[in-house]
Design a protein around this ligand. Structure first.
Ligand code: ZN
Length: 100
């Protein structure tokens, strides 16, 4: 498993626990994440791509949007789902979005 896949798995585990009331601490560094293949109707934490201006998914939101925007601190690095540009975002920029 790549480091990116491990980071994504760790982040999604954190989100699952948080969806049941667990804490989310500020990110203390930047985590490179694996590409997400979004499924329509499913919730994701997403970030805006500064290259194509679209909203790209970075991790599943197992709370169905109920967590709001729980992240802070350093953040994530991921490839844009649409244009493959590298996106860097702080935790605060990760917002829930239900894929259409
Ligand atoms: Zn893009």
């Amino acid at each position: 498993m790549s480091q990116e896949a491990k980071n994504t798995e760790a982040l999604e585990t954190l989100i699952k626990v948080a969806a049941h009331g667990g804490p989310i601490l500020p990110f203390d560094r930047t985590f490179s994440l694996a590409p997400v293949k979004p499924v329509p109707g499913t919730w994701y934490f997403c970030v805006d791509c500064s290259s194509c201006r679209r909203t790209s998914p970075v991790a599943r939101d197992f709370s169905g949007g109920r967590l709001g925007k729980p992240f802070s601190g350093e953040g994530i690095k991921a490839l844009c789902h649409f244009c493959q540009a590298t996106i860097r975002a702080r935790g605060e920029q990760m917002a829930p979005f239900q894929w259409a």
